[in-house]
Write a protein that binds this ligand. Structure first.
Ligand SMILES: *Cc1c(COP(=O)(O)O)cnc(C)c1O
Length: 450
């Protein structure tokens, strides 16, 4: 009999609830603080930005939250997503390790981001909101939110980091096709944008600046709210459909993971895969090592400081206790645009502080080498972000080759690279560089912590 490589769930096995890891942790994460009073933020502080349902999910201590049927209907366009065993990659590496990947590139925009974009748009529409604003880097999040807004009849306005807006026209066209309006950031449309342009007329932007612009717009218009694609508790909550499905698929495979590996930008695909497995680990039902991988050029977990910082450049957001490189930090323009955020999710940061997960950083050349090796063996070209996780999987698989250990590795292949091929072009042409982030640069940036 042919060896099985693909584990699929029936539509009827689509999860009915999201999993909240907080009540299972030995202690809860520190709360967000109001930037003015430095007191914990209350629901009223967040009401100009988010609908009540999402504010409630942000602070809930319930272990499970039901997924509305209207959201599950849209999820069914691509969920449950497949789990693959990477048998061809294992063979190429000559490793006794068994490598599995949960593939989120099957979504309408090619990444895991719609898992949260859809419920965020749904709850806003249900509460009568007319327009959502957001930021986007390379455009993965912006296109996910544009798709989700189209599903529920919401307007969508996106501030896209100028460098990507100019260099990557296809994501912008995708957002516009879904009906969204896209502005390059910094823009002249907001006070935050104008302030940056006055100082740096040629600014190529950053996620932190784009967040300031989108938040400022939402706070000023009563029928408008803001949506964030990562970092916050409710975003990670929505992403747990990834791990819940993967648990069922591992039952089908008759296997148990010894190691989970995920790439971390703001932490949402990693948390989405890892939290249901962390629940099993904390309950003593399995004992996987859980490992986060970040780019060497933007190493918040491995070299950042665990401190309260702003989520944006202008200082409009609540203060979040997280591993941060400083809210002014502008990382090198590496190709993994989704991993270029100065902070890490407070929940992932807290879990790292508790010693429940490990972290490492890898330079982009090693990551793209892994991406090419994966593409040539498995036939899927990974987005630049998950090549970080794949590089760490390959490191581990090669260690297993040395020791003969039959380790079971699971990773989230959180997106494909069909709109990021110029990054592969740079790698293949040999023009990709790994710039070292110096201690001096990092210290300078950390000096701005509030
Ligand atoms: C946005 C994005 C990321 C980074 O965000 P997380 O919240 O850390 O998951 C990683 N991979 C892809 C494909 C993305 O689009």
């Amino acid at each position: 009999m042919a060896e099985q490589t693909k584990y699929v769930l029936d539509e009827s096995e689509l999860p009915t609830r999201w999993y909240n890891v907080i009540p299972d942790l030995p202690e809860p994460p520190p709360p967000p603080l109001h930037p003015g009073t430095r007191e914990p933020v209350g629901p009223d502080d967040l009401a100009p930005l988010f609908p009540q349902a999402l504010i409630a999910q942000e602070v809930t201590t319930d272990r499970y939250v039901d997924i509305p049927e209207e959201v599950r209907e849209v999820y069914r366009l691509w969920r449950p997503s497949p789990l693959f065993r990477a048998r061809r990659l294992e063979k190429v590496l000559g490793t006794p390790a068994r490598i599995y990947y949960k593939y989120e590139g099957v979504s309408p925009v090619g990444s895991h981001k719609p898992n949260t974009a859809v419920p965020q748009a749904f709850y806003n529409a249900a509460e009568g909101v007319k327009r959502l604003t957001t930021e986007t880097g390379a455009g993965q999040w912006g296109s996910a939110l544009a798709f989700a807004c189209a599903q529920y009849g919401l307007q969508c306005e996106v501030w896209q980091v100028r460098a990507s807006y100019d260099q990557k026209p296809y994501r912008k066209l995708m957002m516009e096709t879904f009906g969204a309006t896209v502005h390059p950031s910094p823009s002249e449309l907001t006070e935050s944008g104008r302030a940056i342009l006055k100082q740096h007329p040629d600014s190529t932007g950053s996620l932190g600046i784009a967040i300031s612009e989108a938040v400022e717009q939402a706070a000023q218009a009563p029928d408008t709210r803001y949506a964030l694609g990562s970092v916050l508790n409710h975003v990670l909550l929505h992403q747990t459909v990834i791990g819940e499905e993967a648990l069922k698929q591992f039952e089908l495979a008759g296997d148990t993971p010894d190691l989970l590996v995920g790439c971390t930008g703001g932490g949402s695909n990693f948390g989405g895969l890892a939290f249901p497995f962390l629940r099993e680990k904390l309950a003593g039902r399995m004992d996987p090592v859980i490992r986060a991988v970040e780019p060497a050029a933007c190493p918040s977990l491995t070299r950042g400081k665990y401190a309260y910082d702003f989520g944006d450049t202008a200082g409009l957001t609540p203060l979040l206790k997280m591993h941060t490189l400083g809210h002014d930090f502008i990382p090198d323009p590496i190709h993994a645009g989704g991993l270029r955020y100065h902070g890490m999710s407070p929940l992932i940061s807290h879990i790292h502080e508790l010693g429940l997960i490990e972290a490492l950083a890898i330079g982009q050349q090693e990551c793209f080498a892994a991406g090419v090796q994966f593409a040539r063996s498995e036939g899927i070209i990974p987005a630049p972000e998950p090549t970080h996780a794949l590089a760490a999987c390959i490191q581990e698989a090669l260690r297993c080759k040395e020791t003969g250990e039959e380790k079971v590795i699971l990773t989230a292949l959180c997106g494909h690279a069909h709109l990021d091929l110029p990054a592969y072009g740079a790698y293949l042409a040999g023009t990709m560089v790994d710039d070292e982030l110096s201690d001096a640069t990092l210290e300078e940036s950390l000096a701005t912590l509030p």
